[in-house]
Design a protein around this ligand. Structure first.
Ligand SMILES: C[S@@+](CC[C@H](N)C(=O)[O-])C[C@H]1O[C@@H](n2cnc3c(N)ncnc32)[C@H](O)[C@@H]1O
Length: 485
């Protein structure tokens, strides 16, 4: 989730976007010192493979260990650790007996996440694929995690603060499995979204404390995303973490992709044993125009009369079309290779359009004789359409999508198809249907939504037997969804 401005300079005049330079805030560095020294009170060597000015090494100055750091930039870190201007990834990709990496007992890192990683990754693609596997080189930060774990010796402790899309994004499934296979997880803490905001970055990050070696049955410290950095500091300072069993921090059904989940209640995790949307109803994407300007019009006008729905976003139950598609769009599909029509037989059928962009998840009626974009669209039989619309707009569903299945990125049909569908008795379906129809008729703006959502929530929570504290937790999550996702 993006950064605010184009050029973001550090105090030293370095463009953070070029270098991926974001200083770790002091309370996080301090947390790593306390946590890692509590696990190994007498390390001989502490290493930061992307040390910058040594923000993460500084708190270890008095622990008696040798401190070493690599970085591709020399930021004159000030001599309190042994600095080498060196590319850690290339070093870690070399043969273990000749890579010259320090024999660390503790590794700490805030790996770079920048916008200009593509050229670098392309240049070294073959080498990294050979050393770390093909899926590892998706981006810099995931490559760092991979390289750090691979190069760590057995028993080595690893403290990471990093971009957190690897927790749920599909492309990082292999990395998640690699972490679980190679490491014991001590802590998995989601950081607040404003943690790096004073440095111009709006990034979702997480803290991981790992130890190279098997997990066993030891419990894991977890913390969901706090709303603010002030709250987070308090959590870090007081070690106010919950703990959970290793099997509670991931989705383990073969239908899922090993997503890491944090503080997800047991009653919600149990729903992932239920059938999924895509198993019960057709879940389809439609048209990508390749060039919206040519094929879509904001207003209905001559030649553009096909209602086109592509992302209801915050609009729920009822929405006007997002645009109007050219009447001759089928000809365009024959003549232009960028104009793609998927699932042709479904175009024109009545259904439900699900949101794809934006943090909150929701859905609206897709009327008959309209076309749809690359968002997910569901095509249940008419008797199921309205209760399903209600369920898709429930707080539970919103939480299942943004608190469990996918914390970052666009919600594609693949994710929507994996939303669990709890068993709804006929009376509950009837109640949901009625509320969804009322909401549709009322054509609510965002401000009038809560009344309907509350009614729906009550019916859905009751049907799932959701305990009261979990209901409150889910409602709170949805009320602050941008901060909590
Ligand atoms: C997010 S900053 C972290 C700085 C500091 N360690 C901290 O925690 O505040 C990431 C650092 O990674 C460095 N870096 C980027 N690519 C690297 C590479 N291949 N090898 C070593 N360092 C790298 C950047 O120069 C930058 O200093």
């Amino acid at each position: 989730m993006g950064r605010h401005s184009k050029a973001v300079l550090t105090g030293a005049g370095i463009d953070r976007r070029d270098t991926g330079y974001y200083s770790t805030p002091e309370p996080v560095a301090e947390f790593f010192r306390r946590k890692l020294l509590s696990l190994n009170p007498a390390p001989k060597l502490v290493f930061d493979p992307c040390a910058g000015r040594g923000e993460l090494l500084a708190p270890f100055q008095d622990c008696g260990a040798r401190l070493c750091g690599f970085d591709i930039m020399d930021m004159q870190p000030g001599g309190f650790f042994e600095f080498e201007r060196r590319d850690f990834l290339l070093a870690a990709a070399a043969a273990p007996d000749s890579n010259g990496l320090p024999d660390a007992d503790i590794i700490v890192a805030n790996p770079p996440y920048n916008c200009h990683e593509h050229d670098y990754l392309r240049e070294h693609k073959k080498r990294f694929a050979l050393a770390f596997g093909r899926g590892a080189a998706l981006n810099l930060y995931s490559l760092f995690i991979h390289a750090i774990i691979r190069s760590a010796k057995p028993g080595c402790l690893i403290g990471l603060i990093t971009f957190d899309s690897f927790l749920t994004a599909r492309g990082h499934e292999e990395l998640r499995r690699f972490i679980r296979r190679e490491c014991r997880i001590h802590s998995l803490l989601l950081c607040p979204t404003d943690l790096f905001r004073d440095q111009g970055a709006d990034v979702r990050t997480a803290i991981l404390v790992l130890q190279k070696g098997p997990q066993g049955a030891q419990r894991i410290e977890v913390a969901g995303r706090p709303e603010t950095t002030a709250g987070f500091r308090q959590v870090l300072r007081t070690d106010a973490f919950r703990t959970c069993a290793p099997e509670d921090v991931c989705l383990s059904s073969p239908r899922d992709r090993g997503e890491f989940v944090v503080e997800v209640p047991q009653a919600v995790r149990a729903l992932f044993a239920m059938p999924r949307l895509g198993e019960k109803f057709p879940c389809k994407t439609g048209i990508s125009t390749g060039n919206d300007r040519t094929y879509l019009s904001r207003e209905r006008r001559e030649g553009f009369s096909v209602p086109f729905y592509k992302n209801p976003g915050k609009r729920r139950f009822y929405t006007e079309p997002d645009a109007w598609l050219r009447d001759d769009y089928k000809t365009a599909a024959q003549n232009r290779k960028n104009f793609i029509i998927r699932n042709r037989p479904y175009i024109g059928r009545p259904g439900i359009a699900c949101s794809s962009m934006g943090v909150a998840f929701g859905a609206a009626i897709l009327p008959e004789d309209s076309a749809f974009g690359v968002n997910a669209n569901l095509f249940p039989k008419e008797k199921n359409r309205w209760w399903l619309l209600a369920y898709l707009n429930s707080s539970l569903c919103n939480y299942l999508v943004r608190g469990v299945l996918l914390r970052s990125n666009m919600i594609t049909a693949g994710y929507v198809a994996r939303i669990p569908v709890p068993d709804m008795p006929a009376a509950v379906r009837q109640k949901l249907e009625q509320t969804a129809r009322e909401a549709y008729e009322a054509r609510p703006g965002a401000a009038e939504l809560p009344g309907f959502i509350e009614k729906i929530d009550e019916a859905v929570f009751d049907a799932c037997g959701m305990p009261d504290p979990d209901r409150d937790g889910i409602r709170e999550f949805c009320a602050k969804i941008v901060e909590r996702t």
